[in-house]
Design a binder for this molecule. Structure first.
Ligand code: DC
Length: 227
C-alpha cells in the first residue's frame, strides 16, 4: 500500500513494543525508521563514559557544553557515537536505569530534538519515542500512542534482556519500568503524554500481524486509500 510522504509518530510507555511496531510499519509502508530513545540512550552512555553522572544519578552541568562535540547517528547495526557502533552498550541495564534523569534535562531534549528534525528531513519517517506527537512533530501525519499492561511489559523487557545474554532479575526489571514511567510522565519538559489527536493502541493481547492490520486500517481511513 502506497501512503503519502508523512511523519508517523509512535509514542508510549517503555517496553510496549513501540520499536518493533515502528520497524514493521517502516517495512510495510516504505518509511525510514528513527528511534528517538536510542539518541537519548547514546547521550546517557556518553555522559557515563565522560564521568558526568554522579552516584546519586544527578548529572554534572558540564554535559551541556560537552554535547556540542557529540555526534549521534544511525547506520549499519544501529546507533553510532562518531564512528563507534554503540547499539549493544546503549541497551544495557546501566544505561536503562540512568536514561530517564538524563532525558529530563531541557538542554538534552533540545539537543536530541534538533538531531531528530535533521534526521527526518526526508519526510517519509516513522519515529518512536515519548513526545514525538506532542513536541517533536506536533503536525505529524499520523499519531499513535501505545500502551500495554505492566505484566506484559515486564515480561517483554525481561525476555529482551535474556535474549541479549544479560541475566535480568524480574523484580528489578519491573522496578526500572515503573520508575521510568514515573519520571518520563512527570518531568517538566515535554513529559510522556498522549496527544489529543493520537490513536490509542493497547497491544497487551495483540499479535504483530494484528497491530499492522490495525495501522493499515487507520491509514486507509485517513488517506482514503481503497485497497
Ligand atoms: O524508548 P526507549 O526505552 O529506548 O527510551 C529510553 C528513554 O529515553 C526513556 O526512558 C525516556 C527517554 N525518551 C524520551 O524522553 N523522549 C523520547 N522521545 C524518547 C525516549
Amino acid at each position: 500500500m502506497r501512503i503519502p510522504d508523512i511523519v508517523i509518530a509512535v509514542d508510549g510507555y517503555s517496553s510496549t513494543g513501540k520499536s518493533t511496531f515502528a520497524k514493521l510499519m517502516a517495512r510495510e509502508f516504505n518509511l525510514v525508521y528513527l528511534d528517538s530513545g536510542a539518541v537519548y540512550r547514546a547521550v546517557t552512555l556518553f555522559a557515563r563514559e565522560e564521568n558526568l553522572i554522579r552516584r546519586d544519578n544527578s548529572i554534572s552541568g558540564l554535559l551541556k557544553d560537552e554535547l556540542r562535540g557529540l555526534e549521534v547517528s544511525f547506520g549499519p547495526g544501529g546507533t553510532y557515537i562518531g564512528e563507534r557502533l554503540v547499539e549493544r552498550q546503549i541497551r544495557s541495564m546501566e544505561v536503562s536505569s540512568q536514561v530517564s534523569p538524563v532525558s529530563a534535562l531541557p538542554y538534552v531534549r533540545e539537543y536530541v530534538d534538533d538531531r531528530l528534525h535533521r534526521m527526518a528531513e526526508s519526510g517519509r519517517v516513522v519515529m518512536d519515542g515519548r513526545d514525538i506527537g506532542t513536541t517533536v512533530f506536533p503536525n505529524a501525519g499520523l499519531k499513535i500512542f501505545m500502551t500495554a499492561s505492566i505484566d506484559v511489559r515486564v515480561r517483554r523487557r525481561y525476555e529482551e534482556l535474556l535474549g541479549k545474554g544479560e541475566s535480568p532479575d524480574m523484580e528489578e526489571v519491573r522496578k526500572n519500568l515503573l520508575e521510568r514511567d514515573f519520571i518520563d510522565s512527570h518531568r517538566e519538559t515535554s513529559p510522556l503524554a498522549r496527544a489529543a489527536d493520537a490513536f490509542l493502541l493497547d497491544n497487551s493481547n495483540m499479535t504483530m500481524t494484528e497491530e499492522i492490520a490495525w495501522a493499515r486500517g487507520l491509514l486507509q481511513g485517513k488517506f482514503g486509500i481503497m485497497e
